[in-house]
Design a protein around this ligand. Sequence first.
Ligand code: SF4
Length: 377
Amino acid sequence: MQKINLKDLSIVEMEDLISSLGEKPYRAKQVFEWVFQKDVDDIAGMTNLSLNFRNRLNELSYISRLSIADKRVSKDGAEKYLFLMDDGNSVESVLIPDKDRLTLCISTQVGCKLNCAFCLTGKGGFIRNLRHSEIIEQVLAVKREMRDEGRGTRDECDSSFVFRLSSLTNIVLMGMGEPLDNYENSIKAIKTFVSPHGLKIPARRITLSTSGLIPEIKYLANENLKINLAVSLNATNNETRDKIMPLNKKYPIENLLKVLREYPLPTGRRITFEYVIIKDINDSIEDADRLSKILKGIECKINLIPLNPPSPPFVKGGHGGDFEPPPYKRVEDFQNLLISRHYTAIIRKSKGADIYAACGQLRGMTRDEGRRTRDEE
Ligand code: SF4
């Protein structure tokens, strides 16, 4: 019989499992807290459960962990983690310090189907969806790493190792993959993040970023999760968006914006539009003008992200050569026009350029260099 990975279970699934063992429902919450709050990797360590119960649980289940295959720290403080999974695939997370925030950007898929022209992950194709355990583990593994390095220690956090401002402050589902293309596991993971028996992360500190899968955005609207929504827009007309985001041919801009106009935002929240600025593709003042017009009436803010510099030549499939970063003056002009039309428009400088922190770059590089583990360094 194949053992059940407890880290793959939602709280409801945990309750089903525990009641099938004839135990009281509150035991499920205790087990859930051991797995996701106290972060144990051994059922024997669940000391408030009877020995008999632990033995029975141990016979049919286990708790997985991800190993950190590589970690690189940028001069600007960003940290990139490469996680190796059981089947040999790998995914990345990036830890980004910014003033009073420490944000972890996590992945939801190995690769991606959507093939955005400026994205290295897209060029590598799609391999598989991440499981619930693999999405959650990116957060837990980074928290363990921080604790082991004396940052956000158990004492600083609290005895149960829960989410606190002294360690990670925000989670964004914006790494490799399209979270809404792995809808079931992304939503299940978010529910575990916010659960009082899970990681206890406030919903307002979680952002899901999508390239615009319209049916799934509608499903998400009905989940009432109260998380933040970011949309990777990157163009102001269908002609340009079709070229750089093939998904746009299926879900054109006007349909996407119609759904976003109707999206039920929690009070005081805004949708974030991500706009990767690429030289001579979408960086003109006319684009800025059009953007200000098409977003009219949507409670939003706009993140302007100048394209990362080209990848080094040894990164197979790097975007170097295809697209170029825009001149900074053009980015400023773009921003100024949006501000003059009363939008909040922020220029987001790429963090971690020296550690290849753009989406998919570390994974691509590690693949090309051959797999290196931290022990080998
Ligand atoms: S930008 Fe995001 S949605 Fe587009 S290919 Fe890359 S990972 Fe996929």
